[in-house]
Design a binder for this molecule. Structure first.
Ligand code: GLA
Length: 725
C-alpha cells in the first residue's frame, strides 16, 4: 500500500491491495485519471493521456487551444460550464446566479490516519490522500479524499466542498465522486427490489447516455440499493475484472453510469440531487458521504469478497463482527400483536435445551399498542398487556440462562399516541396540510434537535431501567411530506440529508451510548440495508420474506455486496406466512444458517422431536458459525438463472469450508448434477462430512461433487469440509 507523487510527471500513484489507481495533474492543472485496475509499477504512463484536436470541443476558459478540453479527459471531478458536457460531479450557484466553477490543482496532503467525516459513518484506517483544488476565477475550494488499504481491495473516496468566499453559495448537486472508466464496453449491475424482494441484481449494457439508480425516499431503500457493479463485457462470477461502488449512506442517493461520446464512461454519485440543495455561507464546508470502490480481477465473486472484507474489517463494529451471534427466537411470526407474559414465558420454556439463547420481544409491548395503528412513539411498557411489566419476562428469560431483546421503532409516531397528542409538530409534514399515512404512522422530524433529544431520552430510559441485552431497531415507512418546521424556507431542500445526519446522531447517542447492548437493524426487513447502517448494526433483518426459496434469491443478491455476517436470517413456520409455500424444516435451516441465524415461529407448538431437530440444527450452525461470519464466499449456482442455488464459504486459511446446495424443483429422471466447488486449496485434502469422502481440493474444484438430493421440491444439503493432513 502506498501513495506516491512523482513531481516530474505530476502523477499520483495510489497502490492498494491488488490494484493501482493512477492520475496526473495535466497542463491546465486538472487531475486526469490514467489507470484504475491491476497493479502497475510507478512508471510514467502519461503516454495514454487524452489528445485533443477534435471539432465541437471547448477549451478551458482563457486557453485558446483546440487540443485541450476537459471533455476529453477521464476526470477525477467533473464540472459544468467550461467545456465538459458530461454529467458534472457538482453544481454550485453563486449569489449573483452564475453556475461556473473551474477547478485547478493547488496542492495535496497525505495522512497516515484517515480522518472521520463529521456526523457520518465511514470506513476506518487507511492511508489518505487529500487533493486540494480551487476555482481559478472564484472562491470555491474542493478537496478530493482517497484512502487506500493494506488489507482490503477497495479504495474509498469522498469530496468536501468549501465556500472560500464571503457571500453564500448554493450547492445544487454535491456528489461524492466521479470515477473515469476507459471505454464504454461495460455491463452495469444494479440492485433494485421491493418489500419482500430486496436486492435483485439487474444487469444491462451501458450504451451511450446515462443509467441512473436512485432513491428519493430519505432512506437507502428496498427499491434500489446504493451500490452498482461495473463489469467489463465478458466478466463472469469467477473470471474477469469487476468494479463495484457502494455508498456509505442511508438517505436519498443516486448512482449514475454515463457512456459518453468521447468513448469513455463516467461512474458517479452520492447524495441524490433530486430535491436537494445546500446553502453554504462564507467559510462553510459541506462533507459528502464516502463511497467504497472495489476492484477485482477474479470476477463478480472477487468484487464481492473485496466488499465483504472491507465492511468486516473497517466499518462493522469490531466488538461484534466476528463474535458468535445470538441464536434467537423472535416472537413476531409466532404471535404478532397477540401475546402476554404467559405466552412469552411459554416461548422461553419451549426452547430450553435447543441452544436458542436469546428471546427477542418484537412489536407490541409498549404504549397503547394493540395493532399497527397506535402506540408508536410511546416507549413505555404496556402493563395491561404485560402483567408484571417488562421485568417479569426479562427475569424469566434471564433465569433460564437466555438473553433478552426488545423491539423499537425510534423514528416513528402514530396519531393515536401520547407523543403525537402532545407534540403533533414532531411528525414530518407541512402545518395545516394533511400528511400521507403509511402503515398508519408518520416519521418523526429527525432534522430537529428537540425531537432527537426526546427520542433518545425515552429510549435510553427503557434501556437504563431494564436489563436488555439486544435491541431490534425497525423503520417501517419512508419519508413523505418533506418539510421541517424547524428549518428556514431556503434550506428546505436540505431535508433528506439532514434526516440522515439526524438518524446518525440518534444512533450515536442510543447505540454507542449503550455499548453492551447488541443492536440489530431492520426496515420492514431489508429496506435500509447499507454500510452506514452496518456501522451501527452488525446484522440487519434481510427481508420480511422468510420463505426459504425466496430467501435463496434475496440472500444471493444481497451477498453480491454485503457479507453473510450482516444478514439476519430466520427459520419460520410453514405454510410460510408471506407466500404460503411449504418447504422442509431442514431447508429452512440450511438457508437461514447462511447468515446470522435465528428462529421465528411458535415454538410452544414444538414436539419433542421438533426440539431435537432444532437442537441438532443449532449445533450444526455453532460448529460452522466462524466460517459463515468470517470466511470467503464463493457463489456457485445462481438461483436467478437455474434450478439450483449453491455457495461455499471457505475459511481464510482454507482449512475448513461450509458448502450449501439447494434444488428448487425435483425432476423425474433427473440427470446427475455435478457441482464444482470453488475457493479451496487445490493441494489440500478435505473430508466431507455427509458424503464420508476425503478428496483433494483439486478434484473438488475441477471434477466437482454430485449431491444426491432427495427427489422432492425445495431440498437442500449443507456439507462441512475439513482439511485432513
Ligand atoms: C417490520 C419488521 C418485522 C416486524 C414488524 C413488526 O415489518 O420487518 O420483522 O418487526 O415490523 O411490526
Amino acid at each position: 500500500m502506498s501513495i506516491i507523487f512523482n513531481e516530474q510527471n505530476k502523477t499520483f500513484y495510489l497502490n492498494g491491495k491488488g490494484y493501482s489507481y493512477v492520475f496526473r495533474i495535466n497542463d491546465v492543472g486538472y487531475p486526469e485519471q490514467l489507470h484504475f485496475g491491476a497493479p502497475i509499477p510507478c512508471e510514467d504512463v502519461t503516454f495514454v493521456r487524452s489528445f485533443g484536436g477534435r471539432s465541437m470541443v471547448a477549451s478551458p476558459a482563457g486557453v485558446d487551444n483546440g487540443k485541450l478540453s476537459y471533455h476529453h479527459t477521464l476526470p477525477e471531478i467533473a464540472f459544468y460550464g467550461s467545456g465538459d458536457f458530461r454529467e458534472p460531479t457538482f453544481l454550485v450557484q453563486s449569489e449573483r446566479g452564475d453556475r461556473l466553477c473551474d477547478l485547478e490543482y493547488i496542492g495535496y496532503d497525505v495522512l497516515e490516519q484517515k480522518p472521520d467525516i463529521t456526523g457520518m459513518p465511514s470506513l476506518d484506517g487507511g492511508q489518505t490522500l487529500i487533493l486540494h483544488l480551487k476555482d481559478k476565477f472564484g472562491d470555491m475550494l474542493v478537496d478530493l479524499y482517497y484512502t487506500v488499504y493494506e488489507d482490503v481491495s477497495v479504495i474509498t473516496r469522498r469530496i468536501v466542498y468549501k465556500n472560500g468566499g464571503k457571500a453564500p453559495v448554493k450547492l445544487e448537486r454535491a456528489y461524492s465522486f466521479t470515477l473515469g472508466m476507459h471505454g464504454t464496453d461495460y455491463d452495469i449491475m444494479t440492485f433494485p427490489g421491493n418489500w419482500m424482494d430486496e436486492r435483485t441484481p439487474e444487469t444491462r449494457p451501458l450504451g451511450h447516455g446515462v443509467i441512473s439508480a436512485d432513491s428519493k425516499r430519505a432512506s437507502s431503500s428496498s427499491t434500489m440499493n446504493p451500490a452498482m457493479a461495473i463489469l467489463p463485457r465478458g466478466t463472469t462470477e469467477q473470471y474477469g475484472e469487476a468494479y463495484g461502488v457502494c455508498l456509505v449512506y442511508s438517505s436519498s442517493f443516486v448512482l449514475k453510469a454515463e457512456g459518453a461520446s468521447t468513448g469513455d464512461s463516467l461512474i458517479m454519485g452520492g447524495i441524490n440531487d433530486f430535491d436537494f440543495s445546500w446553502k453554504l455561507d462564507g467559510g462553510e464546508s459541506f462533507e459528502t458521504p464516502e463511497v467504497v470502490i472495489a476492484y477485482s480481477s477474479d470476477g463478480i465473486g472477487g468484487m464481492s469478497r473485496a466488499f465483504h472484507d472491507a465492511f468486516r474489517e473497517h466499518i462493522i463494529n469490531k466488538r461484534y463482527v466476528k463474535q458468535p451471534r445470538p441464536v434467537l427466537i423472535n416472537n413476531w411470526e409466532a404471535t404478532y400483536f397477540n401475546f402476554d407474559n404467559d405466552k412469552l414465558r411459554a416461548i422461553v420454556d419451549s426452547v430450553q435445551g435447543t441452544g436458542i439463547d436469546t428471546l427477542v420481544l418484537d412489536d407490541g409491548w409498549f404504549g397503547r399498542r394493540s395493532g399497527d395503528n397506535d402506540g408508536l412513539g410511546d416507549w413505555y411498557v404496556n402493563e395491561q398487556k404485560l402483567e408484571g411489566g417488562l421485568d417479569a419476562i426479562i427475569e424469566h428469560t434471564h433465569s433460564k440462562g437466555m438473553k433478552f431483546g426488545l423491539w423499537f421503532e425510534p423514528e416513528m409516531v402514530n396519531e393515536l399516541s401520547d407523543l403525537y397528542i402532545a407534540h403533533p409538530d414532531y411528525a414530518i409534514g407541512i402545518p395545516g396540510r394533511p400528511k400521507s399515512y403509511s402503515r398508519h404512522q408518520f416519521c418523526l422530524d429527525l432534522t430537529r434537535k428537540d425531537v432527537r433529544d426526546c427520542i433518545v431520552e425515552m429510549i435510553n430510559k427503557v434501556l437504563r431501567e431494564h436489563k436488555i441485552d439486544y435491541v431490534k431497531w425497525d423503520y417501517n415507512r419512508n419519508v413523505t411530506d418533506t418539510f421541517s418546521v424547524g428549518t428556514e424556507p431556503e434550506r428546505q431542500a436540505e431535508f433528506a440529508h439532514r434526516y440522515a445526519l439526524g438518524l446518525y446522531d440518534i444512533c450515536e447517542r442510543i447505540i454507542n451510548g449503550n455499548p453492551d447492548i447488541f443492536f440489530e437493524g431492520c426496515s420492514s426487513g431489508g429496506g435500509r440495508f447499507d454500510p452506514a447502517m452496518m456501522y451501527y448494526f452488525p446484522q440487519i433483518w434481510t427481508s420480511d420474506n422468510s420463505d426459504a426459496e425466496a430467501r435463496t434469491k434475496i440472500q444471493y443478491g444481497t451477498s453480491i455486496i454485503y457479507p453473510l455476517s450482516s444478514m439476519s436470517c430466520h427459520v419460520s413456520a410453514v405454510p410460510n406466512h408471506q407466500n404460503n409455500r411449504v418447504t422442509p424444516m431442514k431447508t429452512r435451516a440450511d438457508i437461514a444458517h447462511l447468515g446470522a441465524t435465528g428462529y421465528e415461529l411458535d415454538t410452544t407448538k414444538f414436539t419433542d422431536e421438533d426440539r431435537e431437530t432444532v437442537k441438532a440444527q443449532v449445533e450444526e450452525f455453532r460448529a460452522m458459525q466462524d466460517i459463515i461470519l468470517e470466511g470467503d464466499l464463493y457463489r456457485i449456482e445462481n438461483p436467478f438463472e437455474g434450478n439450483y442455488f449453491s455457495e461455499i464459504v471457505v475459511t481464510k486459511d482454507k482449512t475448513r469450508a461450509a458448502f450449501c446446495v439447494y434444488r428448487r424443483n425435483s425432476q423425474a429422471n433427473e440427470y446427475t448434477k455435478r457441482i464444482r466447488l470453488a475457493g479451496l486449496d487445490k493441494d489440500k485434502m478435505y473430508h466431507i462430512d455427509k458424503l464420508g469422502i476425503t478428496v483433494s481440493g483439486a478434484s473438488l474444484m475441477n471434477v466437482g461433487i454430485a449431491p444426491n438430493l432427495k427427489v422432492a421440491d425445495f431440498i437442500s444439503e449443507m456439507y462441512l469440509l475439513t482439511e485432513v493432513k
